[in-house]
Design a protein around this ligand. Structure first.
Ligand SMILES: C[S@@+](CC[C@H](N)C(=O)[O-])C[C@H]1O[C@@H](n2cnc3c(N)ncnc32)[C@H](O)[C@@H]1O
Ligand code: SF4
Length: 398
């Protein structure tokens, strides 16, 4: 960490605005602590510049105290030797070497809504409107889905036009804007947001985190005007498995290749983001070989779906995980980010640090959830990934 900033300090509450697809305003995307919900507040500016809650957190950091919400997110992660959001944000802004005296937003992490055209297996109605119809029924399978009902996630959530204007007016000092969602390109108002940014001379680097399936020429033409564009394409598998994992509407592997080629030709940076789940472990090898076709593409294995718990790769029997890890170790893994972390995770006996009774419960949910997803997709994953049948048989036999 930068030596000039106090040891336990985080820049995020001073320079970052995060708005989640559910409407929660947060200190950053690593903490679940809410500063308010856009549906329930009068002004986003008021919450961020003058809100009691964020002021308390800023004062804590200035004093050298760690606020509780940050202690259970970033600081806990750092204790395990992992790279936290706090560390990342400090590395993105090396020029900030002292506690900021004025409040200016340099970093924005914006979700315009929870609208999404896909229904990915590891996702839920917190992020995707396509999950609403099935989420309630899935309560039978896992009480973890209950949170979506309790937290009122089963309804559309979106920024109003005047809230978008407010956010754009706060973006004048931004040095980086990240669009998430929902699927940012599924929300037509992304065009309005980009147009208004450009009208206001906001053309800082932008990152679009997207499932890549519906990115339009109109969006790409707007993006052409920003200083640097990174397209983080969420592709978790190749072939039929990608369809099973993400559902109807997902791009085929061949079509993804064409879209990626077009993005690279435009001068955009393309990063493939893989979310590792129990379902795509046996596809990673072919996936890496596929990405080798285009050396300009960055590949990032930064996400493991440890939540929902029943979607954690840690539930796969240890010998099977170890075999996947060993096969990966035999490959050329240069320039593939975070894959070593996945390998270490897969080799651990209890990578999620769960108690035995919890593992039994999550295993039961995993089996029921897989069966339900097969029904939703109309295709059995076992027919695409035969290893999953072995997993199911082993887990059922204890
Ligand atoms: C929620 S999506 C929103 C943006 C866009 N719709 C997409 O899929 O890229 C953001 C990222 O979260 C990942 N993701 C979804 N469910 C996850 C989970 N349970 N654990 C970790 N990452 C997850 C997605 O694969 C994607 O890379
Ligand atoms: S595309 Fe993104 S937001 Fe939509 S369901 Fe998949 S992970 Fe969730």
């Amino acid at each position: 960490m930068n030596s000039k900033l106090p040891e336990n300090f985080c820049l995020s509450p001073f320079i970052n605005l995060t708005i989640e697809p559910s409407g929660h305003i947060r200190l950053c995307c690593a903490t679940k602590h809410s500063l308010g919900k856009i549906q329930e507040i009068k002004s986003i500016k008021d919450v961020w510049y003058n809100g009691d809650e964020i002021q308390k957190i800023r004062t804590s950091f200035k004093r050298g105290d760690i606020p509780e919400c940050c202690s259970i997110s970033c600081f806990a992660k750092e204790k395990k030797g992992l790279r936290s959001r706090r560390m990342k944000i400090e590395s993105w802004f090396p020029g900030i070497t002292q506690i900021p005296e004025t409040l200016e937003i340099y970093d924005m992490d914006i979700s315009l809504s929870n609208s999404c055209n896909l229904q990915c297996v590891m996702c839920s109605s917190e992020y995707s409107s396509s999950w609403f119809k099935d989420d309630e029924r899935l309560l039978r399978i896992s009480p973890y889905r209950e949170q979506h009902v309790k937290r009122k996630y089963l309804i559309p959530s979106y920024m109003t036009m005047s809230q978008m204007d407010e956010v754009i007016s706060m973006a004048k000092t931004a040095q980086k804007i990240t669009f998430k969602g929902g699927e940012p390109t599924y929300d037509k108002r992304l065009l309005y947001f980009l147009d208004e940014c450009l009208k206001n001379n906001i053309c800082c680097p932008v990152e679009l985190i997207t499932n890549l399936s519906i990115i339009s020429e109109a969006v790409l033409q707007r993006l052409d005007h920003f200083n640097k564009v990174t397209i983080s394409a969420s592709i978790d598998a190749i072939g039929e498995l990608q369809k099973w994992m993400r559902g109807v509407g997902v791009l085929s592997t061949d079509d993804a290749e064409v879209v990626i080629g077009d993005l690279l030709n435009r001068g955009f940076t393309v990063c493939l983001n893989v979310t590792v789940t129990p379902y795509n472990l046996w596809n990673i090898r072919d996936y890496i070989l596929w990405t080798r076709k285009n050396e300009k593409v960055h590949v990032n294995f930064s996400q493991i779906s440890t939540y929902p718990r029943y979607c954690s790769p840690g539930l796969i029997p240890l010998e099977m995980r170890r075999k996947v890890a060993e096969d990966l170790e035999d490959m050329d893994l240069t320039n593939i980010s975070h894959v070593q972390r996945i390998i270490s995770y897969l080799k651990m006996e209890n990578p999620d640090n769960w108690q035995t009774s919890s593992i039994a419960k999550f295993t039961e949910y995993f089996l029921a959830f897989t069966e339900e997803m097969n029904r939703i997709r109309g295709v059995k994953i076992q027919d695409i990934v035969p290893e999953i049948q072995i997993v199911i048989d082993q887990l059922k036999n204890g």
